[in-house]
Every structure is written in C-alpha cells, then in structure tokens.
Design a protein around this ligand. Structure first.
Ligand SMILES: Nc1nc2c(ncn2[C@@H]2O[C@H](COP(=O)(O)OP(=O)(O)OP(=O)(O)O)[C@@H](O)[C@H]2O)c(=O)[nH]1
Ligand SMILES: [Mg+2]
Length: 577
C-alpha cells in the first residue's frame, strides 16, 4: 500500500501500479505504467485519449482500471481491479471535520454498462473524492457511456442520499468542470458547517444497541448524552439499533456502520461514541471501517474524570484507570492510538500523553500504584486518628448529579462545587457538622456512581471508596425528580455491595422534592420515601432538612433529641490534602 499521494517527489520515483496486477503481461504493465505520463486538462474530467487508453487495457485484461487524478490534472495513482471492482490504495485519512474534499477524482472503467456501484459510491463518500467517474469499456476498447457521482452537500436527514449522479452518452459530451464543481461543493459544505458551534472536544454521533428493552436503551442513551455534554462534546445525532444480539465484530450491523459513516461525513462529525463497552478488537474493527475516532462509554467517563480530578491522589487514580483501560488496547505497533492523542478520550491528568508503548505503560502503572499506596497509607493514619476521637462519620453517596454536594453545602454552609454536570465531584471532601449538645459528625461528599461504572475506575478509586467502610452512616441521595431514579438507586446499591459496604447503615434521602409537583408526584416522593424508610428533602430549598437531621441524630445516637437546622453550627475541617 502506498501512503498519501500528496508529495510532488513521487513523480521522481518509479510509479507503481496498485491492486490486482498478478498475471498481467510485462507489456500490459508497461502500458499501465506509461499512464502516469499522461495528463488531462484541469477543466475536463478525463481526456478522450485517457478514456480510450483505460478502456483498451480493461478490455484486454478483463479488469477494471482506474486512475486518481489531482486538481492540476496529474495522475497520482493507477489501480487495477477485478472484473467488478477496484480496491483504492490508502491515500491517508481525511481529517474529520474538514470541509474540504480530497482533491482527487477517480476515473475508472466498468466492464459492462452499469451505473456507479455501491462500492464506487462508498469510495466517493469515505475518501471524500472530488467525484467518481465510471466509463463503460465498450467493444473494441472504445469508451462508451459515462456515469458521474458527486457528494451532495444539501442532503439532510437519516434516509437522505449522500450523492448526486449524472450520465453522459460519451466522454466528448461531458460538460463538467471537475475543479469548479469540487470547489462549489466545498463552499456549500463550508457554509453548512459554519452555522455549527465549535467545541474543543469534538463533534460526535452517539450509537446505542438494544437487544431487548428499547426503553432501557433510550434512557441509557439519554444518560450518554448527558455524559457527552459534561465532557464538552457536541452531540450531532444519535442512533439506536435494535438487534437480536450484539455483532461480535462491529457491535452494530455492518450496514448500519456504513450508514453512520455517511451520516458522519455529512455532519462533519469526527467521533463515534458507543453506549456500549467495546472490546479492544471491536474498537479496532470499527475504527478501521470509519474515518472516525471511536470511543465507548467507559472512555467518555474516564475523560470526564480526567477533567474533574483536582487533588494529587485523584489525578493519580484517574491516570491509573486510563492506563489500565488502554493497556490491552495497545497493539504491538498501534498507529491507531495516535488517532486518540489529544481531544476527547485522549486527555490525561498526569505526565502521560498516552502516546506511549506497552512497556512504558506498564512501568508507569507500577509507579502510579506505588504512589497511590503511599498516599492511602498516610490516609490510613489520619483515619485512625479520627477514629480515636470517636467522631462519627456520615458519608454522602448516590448516583451522579443526585445533589450530594448541594446537600453537603446546605448542611455545612460550605461551597463544594455543585453543578449540573455528571461527576462534578471526584475528590472527596470532608466537613465538620456540629449538632447541638456537643454532638459532632464528620460529613463527607464522594464521587457519584453511575450504571455500569467502569471496573477500571472502581478499582482505581477503591482506596477512596473503601473509606466509606469507616462511615457510621451512609446518606444515599436519590434524585427523586429523575424518572430513572429507581434504577439509579439500584445501581448505587449494587456498587456499594461490590465494595463490601452493604453492612453499613444507610438512610435513603429523596432529594429535589421541589421539582415534584405537590399533590401528584410530590406525594409520590414522600410515599416512596416513607415506604423505604427514607426522607424526602430539597437540598435547594431546605425543605425536609430538619427531619433529615433528626433522623441522622437518631440513627447515630439512638435518641430522639429535637434540633433545628438553625441550631447547626458550622466549622470547616481543613481539607486532608
Ligand atoms: N431543583 C433542585 N435541584 C437540585 C437540588 N439539589 C441539587 N440540585 C441541582 O442538581 C445538580 C447536581 O447537584 P450536585 O450537588 O452537583 O450533585 P452531585 O450529586 O454532587 O453530583 P456529582 O458530584 O456530579 O456526582 C445541580 O445543578 C444542583 O443545583 C434540589 O433539591 N432541587
Ligand atoms: Mg458532587
């Protein structure tokens, strides 16, 4: 395979013929090579002489023959196919999101009178060619009908065609100026993309598969969208394919992947994000069949974590998780990895720029493990000191975005970052909360949980999460306004269990009650809360806070003292880091 045919020096080297050259006679090869010496005028798709030359050779060899011509009219590649198709050489990847065409047109022969084939049109789209031209090689090697295909910048919608075609009776009757036409198409693409906002982290299409419960796939997709928004990725479109089972190679069907490719080209998307974890080989197969950066849910979450980790330990943990995730995905010599460098999925908190080989990844992993061990050892000491003081610890846990940090802020009058983003909190923070009559607790906010929390992350954060085992009480905060809340709290319970924390007493806190309409759903929240021995509150308005504090006190000291929220005095504990 040849590399990009951009260089001018290529003419100085011996031009090679790509494709199915096996069994061609020396004389035929020589004539094929001589093709490189031909030129066409920039304003014609092909010269009649070139068309004749290609047709003759095609007829003689019984194979399709094609040339890639640049905008100056030079022939950059000569390709031999079989009777039905051509395999174009690798001409380098299109820069995703670029509104320019490739600057190359494909002129090739068809051995029978047929319009552009699906293969021709796929090449047109994926290689973003200026145009594709098929000349019918007629009897005696005379060029006959000519079929042309161009990208259509105006096409919209999922089912739209992505190209326009034209036919002419013969080469002489072609009235197309290929360069002018290509420039028009580029200008139109430029206009359509100019209206889009530009985000630093890429333009993505989200892809889901549903093998059963469609509703579930929809809500999972909605969550993926939120994750993308949090990661600053612009979501251009979403697809969910229903299938009986996951395709082992491509996750989705081959045809669907092709369609995604076209859609991506049309929207100038540069990234595909799967709502499904991809095996290393699936990721590779999909990347090989698209021009796009391919990410999965885990990588997206890792990326958000990378952005949000601020403490030294948090950053080490995220980097460790990223490297552990990447290690099995590094082929011996993986040029695919460099496609991931920079931008979404390529951000790392540490020194690693993620463009490194396996050995160095392994070394880095063991360095990180040692550093994290050292940090958790010193944390262990602090925990023991704290335990000696016998101050009870209350930890806030829950699904991401449930309002954990908002609740901590309300309880302790502090200002931990709370925002409408997933995983706003990564680094645990502790505050002191003083109840009247000398009761005092340490209250900690933690990283949010999510369905299918990537195991690499659970492991990397294990040290932090295991601290939850020291808690005397877990406040499990649930966003009662999210229709998905039953499944979300289920996911949280499962993760707690996997961390061996199911023994720690916990109190369910149904938050955001202010968003639930009084009467109908509000009633519902209270009802659910009561039914599961929880408490309905609003961390925003403070509603229900008094009852919450009462319950906490009751659970911690098993006595029913009355206290008011205003009676709470606040004192910050210096941050442990
Ligand atoms: N209406 C309403 N919004 C709330 C309430 N509590 C929190 N929010 C909002 O919900 C969003 C998430 O709140 P956070 O406190 O950051 O949630 P979190 O659980 O700490 O989230 P992560 O740290 O990202 O896992 C923010 O936009 C809050 O303003 C509430 O009681 N009512
Ligand atoms: Mg938070």
């Amino acid at each position: 395979m040849n590399g990009a045919a951009r260089s001018t020096s290529r003419r100085a080297t011996i031009p090679s013929i790509s494709g199915n050259t096996l069994g061609l006679k020396p004389n035929q090869l020589k004539r094929l090579e001589a093709t490189y010496r031909r030129r066409v005028r920039p304003e014609e798709v092909t010269s009649p002489e070139l068309a004749r030359h290609l047709s003759e050779l095609s007829l003689e060899t019984g194979r399709q023959i094609g040339v890639l011509i640049n905008r100056r009219g030079d022939i950059e590649h000569v390709i031999v196919g079989d009777a039905f198709k051509l395999e174009l050489p690798e001409t380098g990847r299109v820069r995703a999101g670029d509104t320019r065409l490739r600057g190359l047109r494909l002129v090739h022969t068809h051995l029978k009178d047929e319009p552009l084939t699906p293969d021709d049109l796929t090449d047109l789209v994926l290689l973003r060619l200026d145009l594709v031209c098929a000349i019918v090689a007629g009897p005696e090697g005379l060029p006959g009908k000519v079929y042309l295909g161009f990208l259509d910048p105006e096409a919209t919608g999922e089912r739209a065609k992505y190209w326009k075609t034209e036919v002419a009776d013969d080469v002489q009757r072609l009235e197309v100026d290929p360069v002018a036409r290509a420039e028009e198409i580029e200008a139109a693409f430029g206009r359509s993309v100019a209206g889009h906002e530009v985000t630093a982290q890429g333009r993505a299409i989200l892809v889901g598969v549903s093998t059963g419960d469609r509703e579930r796939a929809d809500s999972s997709m909605a969550e993926l969208k939120e994750l993308a928004r949090t990661a600053d990725v612009q979501v251009l479109d979403t697809f969910i394919q229903s299938r009986t089972q996951i395709d082992p190679r491509f996750v989705i069907g081959r045809g669907k992947l092709e369609e995604l490719n076209l859609r991506a080209m049309q929207l100038f998307a540069d990234t595909l994000i799967f709502d499904h974890d991809l095996t290393p080989s699936q990721a590779r197969h999909i990347a090989d069949h698209t021009n796009l950066k391919v990410l999965d849910r885990t990588q997206l979450i890792l990326d958000i974590f990378a952005q949000h980790a601020h403490t030294a330990e948090g950053r080490l943990q995220v980097e460790l998780a990223q490297l552990r995730y990447r290690l099995p995905r590094l082929a011996q010599r993986d040029e695919g990895l460099s496609r991931l460098a920079g931008g979404i999925g390529g951000r790392g908190p540490g020194e690693t720029k993620l463009e490194i080989d396996r050995r160095r990844v392994r070394e880095r992993i063991s360095v990180l493990e040692k550093k994290i061990d050292a940090l958790s050892a010193s944390r262990q000491v602090r925990r023991q000191q704290r335990a000696r003081h016998e101050v009870p610890v209350v930890s806030i846990v829950g699904y991401t975005n449930a309002g954990k940090s908002t609740l901590l802020n309300l309880l302790t009058n502090s200002d931990v970052v709370a925002e409408n983003k997933l995983f706003a909190t990564l680094d645990p923070s502790s505050r002191r909360l003083r109840f009247p009559r000398d009761h005092e607790v340490i209250i900690t906010d933690t990283v949010g949980f999510i369905r299918e929390l990537p195991p690499t992350l659970v492991n990397a954060f294990r040290a932090t999460l295991e601290e939850l085992a020291d808690a005397d009480l877990l406040l499990h905060v649930v966003d009662a306004s999210d229709p998905e809340h039953p499944r979300q709290s289920e996911a949280v319970e499962r993760i707690l269990e996997s961390l061996g924390l199911h023994e720690v007493p916990r109190l369910l806190v149904y938050n955001k009650s202010d968003l639930l309409e009084e009467g109908v759903e509000g009633h519902d929240a209270h009802f659910t809360a009561q039914a599961r021995e929880g408490i309905a509150i609003s961390a925003r308005t403070g509603a229900g806070l008094k009852q919450l504090l009462l319950r906490v006190e009751e659970l911690l000291w098993r006595e029913g003292k009355s206290l008011t929220a205003s009676g709470v005095s606040i004192q910050d504990e210096p941050h442990p880091h």
